[in-house]
Design a protein around this ligand. Structure first.
Ligand SMILES: [Zn+2]
Length: 205
């Protein structure tokens, strides 16, 4: 099958956030937005996208329904098919009940901002109660912090350096992380995806 040609509109500047979400080369051309059986994206951040080859394969295997298509077609000697732009899974995938304690999820909880000064670059982690003082590595005691604040705070307490946290560090729910992920759409969004993405929606508390 010939690879359709298109121009991609990738953002020029690589942000700190984008370092976390590396898109495979297959996603540059005609990715399909993947919706769960309830018509909500499987994941907001990174946005659930499949390379077009996978979307077409899943459609042939009857695992997805094609909801919307690109104008472009792919041809084989025997058939011609329009490339799917939105597919919905036939079987519902239940979201995980608890959120894994990972670097990515912690940064997402903290919206990729230093919890002391709000800076969004050069992020690292800080133990609120320093490890030297018995602080553990947990949702409740680790926050995103910029290099400057981290260095300044060192192994002192919040009180000693006069820092306050922008929000109390808690373990987020799956739904909360989903909602936060909606704030970080990828650089390119196809128009056919818009009906299924509510970037402007009010965030639930
Ligand atoms: Zn900071």
């Amino acid at each position: 099958m010939p690879m359709p040609q298109t121009t991609s509109s990738e953002p020029d500047s690589r942000s700190f956030r984008s370092d976390f979400v590396r898109q495979s080369a297959g996603l540059r051309h005609f990715p399909a937005l993947v919706l769960n059986a309830d018509y909500r994206p499987l994941s907001y951040y990174p946005l659930s996208l499949w390379p077009w080859q996978e979307a077409i394969k899943a459609a042939f295997l009857d695992r997805v329904t094609i909801v919307s298509e690109y104008e472009e077609v792919v041809r084989s000697p025997s058939t011609e098919i329009r490339i799917p732009s939105v597919v919905v899974l036939k079987d519902y995938v239940a979201p995980q009940k608890t959120v894994a304690f990972t670097r990515f999820n912690l940064f997402l909880r903290d919206e990729f901002a230093c919890q002391y000064c709000g800076a969004t670059g050069d992020l690292t982690f800080d133990h609120v109660i320093p490890r030297a003082a018995g602080g553990v590595t947990s949702w409740q005691n680790v926050v995103a912090a910029c290099g400057r604040c981290n260095l300044h705070k060192g192994s002192k307490s919040l009180k000693q350096v006069g820092y306050t946290l922008r929000k109390p560090p808690v373990q987020p729910s799956t739904g909360q992380l989903m909602n936060l992920g909606r704030k970080f759409p990828p650089g390119h969004l196809h128009e056919s995806w818009m009906d299924f993405l509510y970037w402007d929606a009010e965030l639930e508390p």
